[in-house]
Design a protein around this ligand. Structure first.
Ligand SMILES: Cc1cc2nc3c(=O)[nH]c(=O)nc-3n(C[C@H](O)[C@H](O)[C@H](O)COP(=O)(O)OP(=O)(O)OC[C@H]3O[C@@H](n4cnc5c(N)ncnc54)[C@H](O)[C@@H]3O)c2cc1C
Length: 468
């Protein structure tokens, strides 16, 4: 091990190497503190050449590499195992924006750029980089691409996968694939970049990317809508899409129990209406035109829905501050839930048309099998993505309740499969769902994935124990 550390140190220098166990520990623990790993060292290269050098040394010594960005992933995919033989390859020092080309609507960025910094860089040239999620102050673009992150703007702009034109990747052999092409059309064979996006670091290390930029919206309208049921939310979504087209950029559903948790745990959060309703939708429209156009459009859609009794009430934000306060109600749910105690989480997707039926059928099944459970149901319903989380019944200690995890996962995931859905919508598989996916993907699909893995990483050094 000493020889390995010495060779790594020659490549990255003292500024790029952490070996003291107490300093390694935070990198070897995942965001939710579910997985506590160990590592020989945290290696922080500052350039693509240094990444290639590190990977070569690891390939030579058959040392397993765990790539890591901001370490905000929710599936333990950036956490080493407990053997203490793996290295963490943290990309945070590779944080340069290499080029912004406003006319081509692209920017070339290194993997360790924090997502929020990319928003600012795009805004400086009057452009939008639309990937947006609550962890954006910490997560890094290499991690976003490796998990194919979703977030709150997928409805209009797509997942991370849809926002990339080219990649630079260090392969498990230590070779560098320079695929940083800023082209919107390029039909010259297999689309290799898509292999690495969503691969959770199991096929190579992403070191840089060409990202797509969009015109910066100049006006926005944000509304909270009260509804009787998820079915009514789907009716509103259909109507809003018909009326607003691409101007509909956000459509998030949350139940009243989610709102109750946010109000309980965040003293500065305010209820959007004087009375409570069973469900809410946070709806956002945006437009590259300034003026009140989107606001009037939002009001028209909501008035029509009120008239048809599809919705029960609605409030359109009167200021930027109020719009941000509305978003907080949605964005604070995960944290409020964590304050309430352990719960059993599911990040699933369902065909949009079947979401309401999924919720109703699965709620009933759970109530029968696990009486009293409290459901924290929210998500990017405009993309068919639900965070369908199950909290302990009132009076049951969360730590006792989580002993039901396997049984509850089985019930929920089987229901997802019956409704034609996926057991991981946007968070990935990591170590959390690695075994579970074996039940839901066909043997042929799994074997194709294994063949790809063997072809690119014959010695199995890239993030072993994750995904497959
Ligand atoms: C509060 C909160 C809210 C969140 N909301 C969302 C959300 O709305 N939508 C969503 O999709 N996710 C969400 N997430 C999950 C998480 O933020 C995303 O998965 C994010 O994309 C991970 O980025 P990261 O830099 O933290 O990656 P990490 O956690 O460091 O790594 C994630 C995976 O990517 C791999 N990896 C990292 N960098 C590289 C690289 N350069 N090359 C190859 N592999 C690499 C790692 O090995 C690991 O497999 C949320 C997380 C938190 C804590």
């Amino acid at each position: 091990m000493r020889a390995l550390v010495e060779r790594l140190s020659e490549i990255v220098g003292p500024a790029g190497l952490i070996t003291a166990p107490q300093e390694v520990a935070p990198y070897a623990t995942d965001w939710r503190k579910r997985y506590l790993g160990k590592a020989v060292a945290v290696v922080k290269p500052a350039s693509t050449a240094e990444v290639a050098g590190v990977v070569l040394v690891c390939a030579d010594s058959r040392t397993a590499i765990v790539p890591q960005g901001g370490n905000t992933g929710l599936c333990g995919a950036a956490t080493p195992d407990a053997s203490g033989t793996q290295i963490i390859l943290n990309l945070s020092r590779m944080n340069r924006i290499r080029e912004v080309d406003a006319r081509n609507n692209t920017m070339i960025v290194e993997a360790g750029c924090v997502l929020a910094n990319l928003h600012r860089a795009a805004e400086e040239v009057g452009r939008l980089f639309p990937l947006s999620l609550a962890a954006e102050g910490s997560c890094e673009i290499g991690g976003n691409l490796s998990t194919n992150a979703g977030g709150t703007a997928v409805l209009r702009y797509g997942n991370a996968r849809d926002l990339v034109l080219g990649l630079e990747v260090v392969l498990p052999s230590g070779e560098v694939w320079e695929g940083l092409r800023g082209l919107r059309k390029d039909n010259t064979g297999y689309d290799l970049k898509q292999l690495f996006i969503g691969a959770e670091g199991t096929l190579g290390v992403i070191t840089a990317a060409v990202l797509k930029l969009f015109p910066l919206p100049k006006s926005r309208a944000t509304a909270v809508v009260a509804l009787q049921s998820p079915e009514k939310a789907l009716a509103l979504l259909e109507r809003a899409l018909e009326a607003c087209g691409e101007r509909l950029t956000g459509f998030e559903l949350f139940s009243d129990f989610c709102l109750a948790l946010v109000l309980k745990h965040f003293g500065d959060a305010a209820a959007p209406f004087p009375r409570r309703f069973p469900h809410y939708v946070l709806m956002e429209l945006s437009d590259t035109q300034s003026g009140g156009g989107v606001r009037a459009l939002a009001e028209n859609v909501l008035e029509a829905a009120l008239g048809e009794k599809n919705i029960l009430d609605a409030a359109v934000a009167q200021s930027e501050t109020q719009a941000r306060d509305f978003w907080k109600l949605r964005e604070f749910i995960s944290e409020a839930q964590a304050h309430e105690g352990s719960n059993i989480k599911h990040d699933v997707s369902i065909p949009i048309s079947r979401i309401a039926d999924f919720i109703s059928a699965t709620d009933q099944e759970l109530a029968r099998a696990h009486a009293g459970v409290r459901l924290v149901t929210f998500g990017h319903v405009g993309d068919g993505n639900l965070h369908y989380n199950v909290s302990a019944p009132e009076g049951v200690a969360p730590d006792v309740f989580v002993k039901n995890t396997a049984a509850i996962n089985r019930l929920v995931h089987d229901s997802v499969a019956r409704f034609g859905g996926s057991i991981s919508a946007e968070h990935g598989l990591g170590q959390l769902k690695r075994a579970e996916i074996q039940r839901y993907k066909s043997a042929l699909e799994l074997e194709l994935m294994r063949k790809l893995k063997r072809a690119l990483d014959p010695h199995g050094i890239m993030n072993p124990g994750k995904v497959l």
